[in-house]
Structures are given as C-alpha cells and as structure tokens.
Write a protein that binds this ligand. Structure first.
Ligand code: HEM
Length: 257
C-alpha cells in the first residue's frame, strides 16, 4: 500500500505529523497554564490580575482548537463530507466561545483597574482577528452548512473561505506572539534580558506556537493530504462543471461546433 495516495489515509508520516501537532497544542496550553498559575497567581473572575490570566489561557486554548477544527478535513479525509463539515463548524464555535471568554476577561480586567482599552498593537491586531474569525464563521455557516447560496456561489466562495481560514490562523498566532511579548515587557520590565525562568518559559511557549502553526500549515497545504474526490460530492461538482462549461461556450452549447 502506497502511503499518502489521494484515495487512502494520511499515511504513517501524516499520522505522525498529526500526533506531533496534538502534542505541541497540548504543551502550549499546559505551558500557558503553568506560566499564569506559577508566576502570576492563577485564575479567578474578580477584576484582579488573576482575571487577566484567563485571557492568555483562553486565547492559546482557542488557537489550538481552531487549528484542530481545520485539521478535521485531513484527519477524516475519507469520511463523508457533511458530518466532517459539522464537526469543523462545531469545533470552531467552541474556539470562538473560548476566545470570547478570553476577550471579555481582559476587557473586564481593564475596566476594573481603570486601564485604557485598545491602545496597543496587540489589542488592535487581536480584536481585528477575532472579528474576522466571527465573520468567516458566519459566512462559512451561510454558504456551506445551512446553504443559502447557490452551488455556483458556493464553489466561487470556497477558495476564499480556505484562504481566509489560513489567514485567520496566521493572524491568531501572530496576535498570541504579540501578546506574549507585551505581557513579558509588563511582567519583567528590567529583567527580561537576564534569562529569568519566566522569560525563558514564555519564549518557549512562543516557539511552540510557531511550530504548531508551521506543522498545521504543512498538513493543510500538502496536496497528498487533501480529501480525495468523494462519490457523495460528485453530483455537486459535476453540476458545477456543467454550469462552468455552459457559461464558457457560446449560446450555452457544451460541444464545439
Ligand atoms: C488570538 C489571540 C489573542 C487575541 C485575539 C487577543 C486580544 C486582545 C485584546 C482585544 C486586548 C485588548 C483589551 C483591552 O484593550 O481592554 C488584549 C489585551 C492584552 N492581551 Fe491579548 N489577545 C490574544 C492573545 C494573547 C496572549 C497569548 C497573551 C499572552 C500573555 C496576551 C496578552 C495580552 C495583554 C498583556 C493585554 C493587555 C494590554 C493590551 O491591551 O494590549 N494576549 N488582547
């Protein structure tokens, strides 16, 4: 059996990559918990600095979930599309809710402590990314899960949805990296350069985030890991092909004169 062929599973190497991505994702979440728990006193929802700590934890967990939501199309590449689409949308809803809790936590912390809102590059990029993610989810829901659009429109939108999905993932990763740097500059204003354990731990978290993003990017862009054509999806693609050919040929004729 040849691994990595379009009609088979991911292959041994692909599964290894998926396993490594999950190990990286879990390590990111654990490391964020340890950072906020050990060095910043843990979590609570009381307007104190402990409420702030919920923010990074939720954002990193949300990013991990978002990545997994994208990965379901590769991991379940031979399953029928509808349940996979539903799982993709469900995981992304969970990720969105977790992001929202993290954002509400930091806004609440700012307002309890009279800290101005939205002054940093991190907050601008972060909020823009979150809004982009919500729009992307709503569009995906409308076009693909509860289709209000014609087959033609869906086929037109699919490449855009894929592009913006990857873009959102890249922007989320970047927002996390900006947030980590900003937090370190607040927490260790004069000692960051001294290689203290907190600084090294948070830098390692940033490296894990980058490795997770790189691995995920590889898994979702490699041609051999894409979903093979599925008979269940044939009628739609045939219908669309016919529409295209009709549009391309004069007077809607399918054959050349
Ligand atoms: C996708 C990921 C993230 C998004 C969308 C995001 C979003 C935001 C937003 C919108 C604010 C502004 C809150 C306000 O002005 O009241 C903020 C603040 C903050 N975030 Fe994040 N964040 C993310 C990840 C992180 C991470 C991983 C950290 C790491 C510690 C972090 C650290 C901070 C800090 C220190 C602030 C307070 C200072 C500021 O307003 O910039 N963020 N974040």
């Amino acid at each position: 059996m040849e691994s990595g062929s379009q009609s088979e599973g991911l292959g041994a190497f692909g599964w290894w990559l998926v396993a490594v991505s999950q190990a990286l994702g879990m390590s990111m979440v654990v490391l964020t918990g340890v950072w906020m728990g050990q060095y910043h006193g843990g979590f609570s929802w009381d307007g104190s600095a402990h409420q702030f700590n919920i923010h990074p934890f939720c954002m990193v967990l949300g990013l991990f979930l978002y990545g997994d939501g994208v990965l379901v199309y590769r991991v379940f590449r031979n399953e029928s599309k509808r349940p996979v689409k539903m799982l993709h949308a469900l995981i992304h809803v969970m990720s969105m809710i977790i992001f929202l809790i993290g954002i509400v936590a930091v806004f609440g912390f700012h307002s309890s402590n009279k800290i101005p809102d939205m002054y940093s590059l991190h907050s601008w990029c972060g909020l823009a990314t979150f809004i982009g993610f919500c729009i992307q989810w709503l569009m995906g829901f409308g076009f693909f899960l509860f289709p209000v659009a014609s087959a033609w429109l869906r086929a037109w939108y699919l490449p855009l949805h894929k592009f913006f999905g990857v873009l959102m993932f890249a922007l989320m990763t970047m927002s996390c990296l900006l947030g980590i740097t900003e937090k370190l500059l607040f927490a260790l204003p004069s000692t960051y350069s001294k290689f203290l354990p907190e600084g090294v731990l948070a830098n390692c978290l940033g490296v894990l985030l980058l490795l997770f993003a790189a691995l995920l990017g590889y898994l979702v862009t490699r041609e051999e890991y894409r979903r093979p054509p599925n008979p269940e999806e044939e009628p739609l693609s045939v219908h669309f092909k016919t529409l295209n050919e009709e549009a391309a040929s004069p007077r809607g004729s399918l054959t050349s004169p």
